[in-house]
Ligand binder design. Structure first.
Ligand code: ATP
Ligand code: MG
Length: 325
């Protein structure tokens, strides 16, 4: 079976969007209404976590976004560079600070954020000569739904999609829309249009039905194939993941058995690993193994991208970790 995703040698996987530091409450509960212990800053931002995992796994990868001229920015740029990501299109804003997210976990396992994205450097970038040159040699564009609520990211994504597709590149989308990030009607419409052109869709939980606009898992999957999506991988947290192919193939995989220390970034690491493996020529079954390993390894470590793994680290993890039954 030939892959629906453009091969790695066509050019890098490009991620566009928010680059943040994340600062995490170390106690569970009603955090932030009074002083409390925190840990961080950790490099973060869904598109950055995704591209970090792509780079660590040895895929060609590049990031478009912005940081401030401060240590929160440097911690991000240094991390991505060390992961093998092309950081030449991360601009440094002289005026605005690097974006941030403060998170605390609730007793029921949910998490709530205090974001500083829209009025930070994270939102202050756009189409430039450097971005244009990158997109014209890229092989794949990955879009995080969360980035669509940032106008600068959206401008770049809108231009990039057509250019990447015209040169035989492909598009993946992770809806990744948190309840704190409300989309207006226009952004919802743009999201729906983009979904219809996705070669790979990577929803988790109820995002599947939201992307399809219908209820029921089977109904949503068939609707998405009808409107043009070519491959779907549904992430199910500790319950594993499922691959759906356009001609009815389905592969279900259990999750690896790990202690969940910090769930943030699981979906982004899973997606970055799955996509990179597919672009490197692996069949869906093998890419699912690496995606699951990347997600599970990342949740066992504190910090949104601290557990992203290299090929060697993921191979060692796979060899030494049991699957949930
Ligand atoms: P995010 O919280 O980053 O947005 P997501 O909702 O997009 O994540 P999840 O389904 O939570 O995605 O996680 C992606 C994958 O990571 C899962 O399909 C699974 O393979 C792995 N994973 C996530 N949580 C766990 C866990 N507690 N134990 C083992 N594996 C996990
Ligand atoms: Mg997600």
């Amino acid at each position: 079976m030939t892959s629906v995703l453009a091969p790695d040698h066509l050019g890098p996987t490009v991620c566009v969007g928010e680059i943040l530091v994340e600062i995490v409450a170390t106690t569970i509960g009603e955090g932030f209404l009074e002083a409390q212990p925190l840990v961080g800053p950790f490099p973060s931002g869904a598109p950055a976590i995704f591209v970090s995992q792509c780079g660590r796994l040895g895929g060609a990868a590049a990031m478009v976004g912005a940081v401030g001229s401060d240590d929160f920015g440097r911690v991000n740029v240094d991390r991505l560079r060390n992961d093998g990501v092309d950081v030449s299109t991360i601009s440094v804003d002289p005026e605005f600070p690097t974006g941030s997210a403060f998170v605390r976990y609730r007793t029921n396992g949910s998490r709530d954020f205090v974001y500083n994205i829209a009025k930070s450097a994270a939102a202050r970038f756009g189409w430039s000569q450097g971005v244009s040159d990158l997109i014209r040699r890229s092989g794949h564009l990955h879009v995080m739904g969360s980035a669509l609520s940032v106008p600068s990211a959206r401008e770049v994504i809108d231009k990039a999609v057509d250019i990447v597709k015209a040169r035989g590149g492909t598009l993946s989308i992770d809806p990744n829309i948190r309840k704190e990030l409300q989309l207006d009607g226009d952004t919802e419409r743009r999201f729906a249009e983009l979904v219809a052109t996705a070669d790979l869709l990577l929803p988790s939980g109820e995002e599947l039905e939201r992307a399809a606009g219908v209820t029921g898992e089977a109904e949503a999957i068939s609707r998405l194939f009808e409107i043009g999506v070519k491959e779907i991988v549904l992430k199910r947290g500790a319950k594993g993941a499922s691959y759906f192919g356009k001609t009815g193939e389905r592969i279900d995989v259990p999750a690896f058995l790990v202690e969940e220390v910090d769930p943030t970034g699981a979906g982004d690491c899973f997606g970055g690993a799955y996509l990179t493996c597919r672009r490197l020529g692996m069949p869906p079954s093998e890419a699912l193994t690496y995606g699951s390993a990347a997600g599970a390894r990342n949740v066992s470590v504190l910090g949104p991208m601290e557990g992203a793994g290299t090929r060697e680290e993921l191979d060692a993890f796979i060899a030494s970790t049991q699957r949930r039954s």
